[in-house]
Design a protein around this ligand. Structure first.
Ligand code: DP6
Length: 320
């Protein structure tokens, strides 16, 4: 059977950085994210007893690099004795440039794989399976605002608000189209082992989560802006102080952050966040979209801007 699922990337406002269990890919800290609307990955999985090994195409081209990770994700859903699969993945945004392509890829992969095998799994189960492949992917099973919590020896994801509860907008300033220098999973391990700030980062995360959750539930934009920027800069400080240092920013990243700070100082409802890449995501109220997009488009070094609202969680599109 063949199944196709669609999932959108999510952007963490309170970040996941560091693992407490590497073999099960369990995060060291909880996180809070927003799922986007207009950027997506569509993944088709066709189980075929007639083929000897999995195959993977990314945007129509064979890809051997990602195949082991995607095959491992299918093993997690179906078990290692499973039938091999033909996997086809298509995204409508740049891959591996800090736009959370692994989140939408693995969220759509678990939904498609489970459906292709006619399994009946809950969203919570699919979310845990996606998290094994990529921590941030667990959150893309949910729409709107989601919180990932650590519990005993696993994770739980809660929906905090739906899209219509607080329809924020996101302007992504693309500052390079190059692939990122180091994968986030590897970079996290370097931080865990070498950053003098790592323990403090893990220790303080619950406080940041509590502040952000309260701000989100009260739709308090200023409070959310303040804690989200703080948490982002703290995560990057952990990275910068690692050995070797992990620096994902370029000069345009800093220019964009400064442009956003200036807009907010003038009363525009906007804040920034930056993930494991050089792109800047400006989160704003609907009323601020035009001024934010205009400012970022005119910031030196910005190659493009993308605009999206918030969207739904991963879902099945079709089975054949
Ligand atoms: C900076 O989910 O890509 O975007 O679990 O190793 O696949 P793995 O890591 P990944 O890390 C995301 C890191 C981040 C912050 C976040 O999304 O919370």
């Amino acid at each position: 059977m063949r199944a196709t699922a669609r999932a959108q990337p999510n952007i963490a406002l309170i970040k996941y950085w560091g693992k407490r269990n590497r073999s099960r890919n369990l995060p060291a800290v909880g996180s809070i994210s927003i799922t986007l609307a207009d950027l997506y990955t569509e993944m088709s999985v066709e189980l075929d007893k007639g083929i000897a090994a999995d195959t993977l195409t990314l945007n129509g081209e064979h890809n051997g690099d990602m195949l082991p990770r995607v095959s491992a994700c299918l093993d997690t859903v179906l078990g290692t004795g499973r039938v091999q699969a033909r996997i086809d993945s298509r995204s409508n945004f740049p891959v591996a440039a800090g736009l959370a392509s692994s989140a939408s890829a693995f969220a759509s992969a678990v939904v498609a794989t489970s459906a292709a095998a006619a399994q009946d799994r809950s969203i919570a189960e699919l979310s845990r399976l996606a998290g094994r492949a990529s921590g941030s992917a667990a959150r893309s099973l949910y729409g709107g605002f989601a919180e990932l919590r650590n519990c005993d020896d696993d994770i739980e994801v809660d929906s905090l608000l739906s899209v219509s509860d607080w329809p924020l907008q996101v302007v992504v300033a693309v500052t390079t189209r190059a692939q990122k220098s180091i994968a986030s999973g590897d970079a996290m391990e370097i931080s865990r082992k070498t950053s003098p700030f790592y323990e403090r980062w893990v220790h303080d995360q619950q406080h940041d989560l509590d502040l952000a959750r309260t701000a989100i539930l009260a739709r308090d934009f200023d409070k959310l802006a303040s804690i989200a920027e703080h948490n982002c800069l703290k995560m990057h400080s952990v990275m910068w102080a690692s050995r070797p240092p992990i620096v994902y920013w370029n000069t345009a990243t800093l220019e964009c952050m400064q442009a956003v700070r200036e807009l907010r100082a003038q009363g525009t409802a906007v804040f920034f966040t930056v993930d494991a890449g050089p792109q800047v995501k400006a989160i704003c109220l609907d009323s601020a979209v035009d001024v934010v997009r205009d400012a970022l488009t005119n910031t030196p070094g910005v190659c493009d801007t993308l605009l999206t609202g918030l969207g739904e969680g991963a879902r099945l599109m079709e089975t054949e």
